[in-house]
Design a protein around this ligand. Structure first.
Ligand SMILES: CC1(C)O[C@@H]2[C@@H](CO[C@@]3(CNc4nc5cc6c(=O)[nH]c(N)nc6cc5[nH]4)OC(C)(C)O[C@@H]23)O1
Length: 373
């Protein structure tokens, strides 16, 4: 552990990078997957379980926590780590994107975003400065700039305007964040599905010399090839010595293909949300436990797994729990899915260190295609 924020690239294999981020609250092994802990909880999991699966960092959301229980209240209670009993690093999203995807009555001006809470209808105004202040009250370790992410499809002019506003907001967030040695503030590259706008955004943010760079505006319904094309344009422009975080991504296949293009950090609700809906991620691909074909199957999801949820429970039992809408169904499948995602990340890190990432990726994908034995 260090008193400052340090990122080191330990090995490369093509454009894939094996690295680590050292922070006062712990070291983050990259490529890393951050379980989503939106309201200060990784849904259906104890934080001790999350840690036990190998997660080094989790994600929190400014938008949700400012609405409930309130940023000042979390600060009075000792900050998000003490509040939620997670002692490792926490990355918090800034709220802009959640405002656009969740709240009602939204108005964006140069000053910030005005919105109505989806919880109780109260009206809030969030400026870049207030977003950074809230993330500070939460005692967040990696803070994300406030940005504007336009919903696609959008006109080139709309995408350009939002990208340029996000750059100005990044500058304001950098000033508001100031100098906090053990913490970091990441900018967000925007630009929609337009390579030129993405390059302009990346260059402008690089000039701000930030501690890390998120790639936003993706995983919003665009085809995977469009997302990958934006990464192929953006990553080579971003500083090699800074971490790159692809927001909201993704499926195991998205992660493999994005690591191959130079991404170091990921977050996605997929494993936790899918677990609550009866879907299991395994090395054989996805298994839908709602399907009646599992009703008499005594086999576990994967007898070779170290995760009890994956190794010790029959598919028949999991099918029963899911069909009966039992809480334990969501708990066991969330546990299985996060275990699979963390084992995938460890597999990726090991393969990059050994210089066999491409081969290992192909083997993993063949396992999914072979399907459920
Ligand atoms: C993939 C999956 C399962 O994840 C779900 C659902 C729809 O996509 C997701 C995930 N995609 C996603 N893209 C993002 C882009 C930005 C961004 O540009 N700026 C900021 N500040 N934060 C972002 C967070 C992002 N999350 O976004 C919501 C709407 C939060 O639900 C998620 O499909």
């Amino acid at each position: 552990m260090t008193e400052t924020f340090q990122f080191r690239v330990l090995a490369t294999d093509g454009n894939a990078r094996r690295g680590e981020i050292s922070m006062p609250r712990g070291t983050i092994r990259t490529p890393a997957f951050m379980p989503v802990g939106t309201g200060g909880t990784v849904k259906a999991m104890y934080m001790g379980q999350v840690r036990g699966l190998g997660a080094d960092i989790i994600l929190g959301n400014t938008y949700h926590l400012m609405l409930r229980p309130g940023a000042e209240r979390v600060a009075r209670l000792g900050g998000l780590h003490t509040f939620s009993r997670w002692s490792g690093p926490i990355l918090t999203d800034s709220g802009g994107f959640q405002v656009m995807s969740l709240s009602g009555l939204r108005k964006i001006t140069e000053q910030g975003v005005k919105f109505r809470s989806h919880v109780d209808g109260r009206v809030f105004e969030m400026s870049p400065e207030r977003s950074i202040e809230i993330q500070g009250l939460l005692d967040s370790d990696i803070q994300i700039q406030l940005d504007e992410c336009v919903k696609l499809p959008a006109t080139l002019k709309e995408i350009e305007k939002a990208m340029e506003l996000s750059i100005r907001w990044a500058e304001r967030c950098k000033v508001a964040f100031g100098d906090q040695p053990g913490k970091a503030m990441f900018g967000i590259v925007q630009g929609g599905d337009n390579v030129n706008l993405r390059l302009r955004s990346a260059e402008a943010l690089k000039a701000l010399d930030l501690k890390g760079y998120a790639v936003g505006g993706l995983a919003v319904g665009e085809p995977q090839h469009v997302m990958l094309e934006m990464l192929e344009a953006t990553c080579p422009v971003l500083p090699e010595c800074k971490p790159r975080y692809l927001m909201g991504v993704g499926t195991p296949d998205d992660i493999l293909k994005s690591v191959a293009r130079g991404i170091d950090m990921f977050d996605c609700v997929m494993p936790t949300r899918a677990g609550r809906h009866g879907l299991a991620f395994t090395r054989y691909g996805k298994i839908n436990l709602k399907n009646a074909r599992h009703a008499d199957d005594h086999r576990p999801l994967d007898e070779e797994s170290e995760c009890p949820a994956t190794r010790d429970y029959s598919r028949a039992y999991l099918h029963h729990l899911v069909k009966s809408n039992e809480l334990l169904g969501a708990m066991l499948l969330t546990w299985n899915n996060l275990a699979y995602y963390q084992s995938l990340m460890q597999d990726i890190r090991t393969a990059i260190e050994a210089g066999r990432f491409a081969d290992r990726s192909a083997e993993i994908q063949e396992g999914w295609e072979r399907g459920d034995i």
